[in-house]
Design a protein. Structure first.
Length: 202
């Protein structure tokens, strides 16, 4: 602020000097009279404001005329950097997501292969189990129904049902007559469960 006042005062002094110089030139043009130079000096003094301020705003010589543009440019550069950072983060996130997706797909394929192997193994085991039940059923078909009934009574329900299912129908019906009612119901339920039919036991 102090510097601005000094600049204004110097500017006023320069203007006064210029006006005095012009007045001196005029005085030389009219050597016989002092009136014109006095009038010019008075006029020059009258034009200078009395409070020492200038009508024209004086700009600081150190002020940067492009300060607003530079500030705007800096803001734009910051925004561009933020966008670049955000784009980098999104790209990294996309790569992680893609890697995770590939990992999930690979695990799904592994699980499918395992499921197929287990399915084949279960099917093979079921086939083997059915063959065993058929072989046992042939043996029990040759035995008397009362003896077969007493043996099935002591077996677990699954095995007893497997053998009964593979016996001849007439023989199986005769064997069921030698079983306790509870064991006959359990075997019937197991047979219907395996065959996928609803049991009709009272």
């Amino acid at each position: 602020m102090k510097r601005n006042k000094i600049v204004i005062i110097l500017f006023i002094v320069v203007i006064l000097c210029v006006k005095l110089f012009v007045a001196g030139e005029l005085f030389q043009q009219f050597p016989g009279s002092e009136e014109p130079s006095v009038l010019l000096v008075k006029k020059a003094l009258a034009e200078v404001p009395k409070n020492g301020s200038m009508a024209v705003p004086v700009r600081d010589v150190l002020e940067d005329p492009l300060s607003r543009e530079r500030a705007l440019m800096k803001t734009l550069e910051q925004k561009e950097q933020e966008l670049n950072d955000r784009e980098s983060r999104l790209s990294a996130e996309e790569q992680r997501t893609q890697a995770l997706k590939q990992e999930i797909v690979a695990k799904i394929e592994t699980l499918k292969a395992l499921e197929e192997r287990l399915g084949a193994s279960l099917e093979e085991e079921k086939t083997s189990e059915n063959k065993r039940y058929k072989d046992l059923a042939k043996v029990y078909d040759a035995a008397p129904p009362d003896k077969v009934g007493s043996m099935l009574e002591k077996m677990d329900t699954k095995t007893a049902a497997g053998i009964t299912m593979n016996m001849k129908r007439d023989k199986a019906g005769a064997v069921l007559g030698y079983l306790s009612p509870q064991k006959a119901i359990e075997i019937t339920r197991e047979i219907t469960r395996v065959s996928g039919k609803t049991p009709s036991v009272p």
